[in-house]
Structures are given as C-alpha cells and as structure tokens.
Design a protein around this ligand. Structure first.
Ligand SMILES: [Fe+2]
Length: 142
C-alpha cells in the first residue's frame, strides 16, 4: 500500500467511525420531556432523585459566588450508570444562561458548579436532564 492509498483508507476508517458514533447516539433514547413534581411542597422519592439542589457558597475576592448544583435531594443521589445518568446541568440567573455542563455516564455524577456574579440577581434556576426520566427544574430565590 502506498502513501496515497494509506491516506484514503484512513479517511474511510474515520468516516465509518463517525457514522458509527452518530448511529450510537441516535439509538440512545434520550427523554427530553419537561417534568414537574405532582406537589412541589412534598416531593416523592423519584422526584427527589431528579430535582436539582442549588447551593450558594461563598463569594470570592473578585466578586464571583460559587453556586453548586447537585442532582438529588433528601440524601437521594441520582445514579450514574451506562444506561441511566444525568447528561447535562444548566444554571440560569434571572432567566439568563450562566453555563451548561455536559456529563458523561459512570465517570461523573449529576453535579457541577459555576462562579457567578450575583450582585443584582434575584433568582437562580437549574435545569438538568436524565436520559430516562426527562428534564427537571428547580429555582432558588436569593
Ligand atoms: Fe433518572
């Protein structure tokens, strides 16, 4: 095989790999339904497992406050297995997107943090996606 043929084969291999990756993503059934608890004042176990917990930490010397988001409340931690995991977490400050974390199964669990200028912010909102159980939201007045 000469150099030109080798480059051609490498290109074909890369194309096949890309098509395979797309097919794998397509066959993964991602639930993107917006979910709401039946009674926000009394969450059931499955709702506790998916509702983002927003924790406002300390402000640093530059005026950024660390905001942690973990998925799961009341001591219930959402699992992270190849078939069931939190795949993203977003944080909004007064409706404006602060950031989005994309999470991989197994190696990470549903948790992230952002450093945010909260000076005039009145409400934080976190959204997270479970591949099986949809998108869950919580808000925190500050
Ligand atoms: Fe889930």
């Amino acid at each position: 095989m000469n150099r030109r043929e080798a480059i051609k084969v490498a290109g074909i291999v890369a194309m096949v790999a890309a098509v395979g990756a797309e097919a794998k993503m397509a066959e993964t059934n991602m639930n993107r339904m917006e979910m709401k608890p039946k009674d926000p004042k009394k969450l059931e176990k499955g709702e506790l497992k998916h509702t983002p917990l927003i924790t406002v930490k300390e402000k640093d010397a530059n005026g950024y406050t660390q905001v942690e988001i973990t998925i799961g409340q009341g001591g219930i931690i959402h699992p992270s297995t190849p078939d069931h995991w939190i795949d993203f977490i977003e944080l909004y400050a007064d409706g404006k997107l602060v950031g989005k974390s994309t999470l991989e199964p197994e190696i990470s669990r549903g948790a992230t943090a952002f450093s945010v200028k909260l000076d005039s912010v009145k409400e934080l909102k976190a959204r997270s996606g479970c591949n099986l159980h949809g998108i869950w939201t919580s808000t925190k007045k500050i």
